[in-house]
Design a protein around this ligand. Structure first.
Ligand SMILES: [Zn+2]
Length: 283
């Protein structure tokens, strides 16, 4: 497979930066290297980028990284924020990052992800998702088709809850549908049927409804590094998808994106280039 087929090139065939169309003179990695621990996994996606875009990303990546170091529960992050540790050194070196973090700190000690902090998350995770899309589907998704849906702390919400929230309701009302024929051999493929008495909140009128429980396919996680970075693509009711990113078992970043194809993100028969450390979770 020619994985470079869809990357932009100049009329003379030179690689262009995927983010701004100027000549590419460096490589950008997805997921960002600074959001993982050394030794880095060997299955990172690389995209051609210009140095200006790459340097611009570094600033935002450091802000995200500094916030993780401030609030994270991973032993490595806890060590980073000890006096004289990585966090203190980084903030001393970059007063701008310190100001951004300080101004986002709320009275209860939590951080409000708005303004500059939000901008940094959006920048880092949009380009990360563009990289993941390229690595998985061989296509570049324009950033204007992405939406940052949520950034949540795993202290307050479980990742399974986030996935359940995104997925369509598994109960489909089939009361008014014609009954399908049942043969002796079709039972094994039937989905469970439930009945429920519903009460109309306006009229108080009761009615019996029949629901079919649609079996959900398990969410497939792409774990670049088990402790630091995992991503799952979840199909949404509106036909698009949401990419749920598990960041250091600390934050959950959810990004809305177009559904990459009829057969879903992890197509059967096509080798997933990032499947080295893949874990399946039943959400
Ligand atoms: Zn560029």
């Amino acid at each position: 497979m020619n994985t470079r087929s869809r990357l932009p090139t100049s009329s003379s065939g030179e690689m262009l930066c995927v983010y701004c169309d100027k000549l590419a003179d460096s490589k950008d990695h997805a997921p960002p290297r600074c959001l993982m621990l050394p030794p880095l996994p060997s299955n990172l996606v690389t995209l051609p980028a210009c140095k200006a875009c790459n340097n611009g990303f570094s600033f935002h990546e450091n802000i995200v990284r500094a916030l993780l170091s401030t609030v994270g529960n991973h032993p490595h992050l806890i060590e980073e924020r000890l006096p004289g540790g990585w966090l203190e050194k980084t903030l001393d070196r970059s007063p701008k990052i310190r100001t951004i973090l300080d101004s986002s700190r709320q009275s209860d000690g939590s951080y409000k992800i708005a303004d500059q902090l939000f901008k940094s998350f959006r920048t880092v995770f949009f380009k990360t998702l563009q990289g993941l899309f390229y690595g998985l589907y061989d296509k570049i998704v324009p950033s204007n088709q992405l939406v940052l849906l949520a950034i949540e702390n795993q202290r307050h919400v479980k990742i399974e809850e986030v996935i359940d929230r995104i997925r369509p309701n598994p109960l489909v009302d089939i009361t008014d549908e014609p009954l399908s024929e049942i043969s002796a051999y079709s039972w094994h493929s039937r989905e469970p049927i439930f009945t429920a008495e519903l009460i109309d909140p306006d009229t108080g009128k009761k009615s019996n409804r029949v629901f079919r429980l649609v079996r959900e396919t398990p969410v497939e996680w792409i774990r670049f590094q088990p402790d630091t970075f995992g991503a799952a693509f979840v199909k949404r009711e509106d036909g698009g998808c949401a990419c749920v990113i598990d960041l250091w078992k600390t934050l959950i970043v959810t990004i809305g994106a177009p559904w990459p194809g009829d057969r879903g993100p992890l197509r059967r028969g096509k080798k997933n280039p990032m499947s080295r450390d893949k874990k399946t979770t039943d959400a």
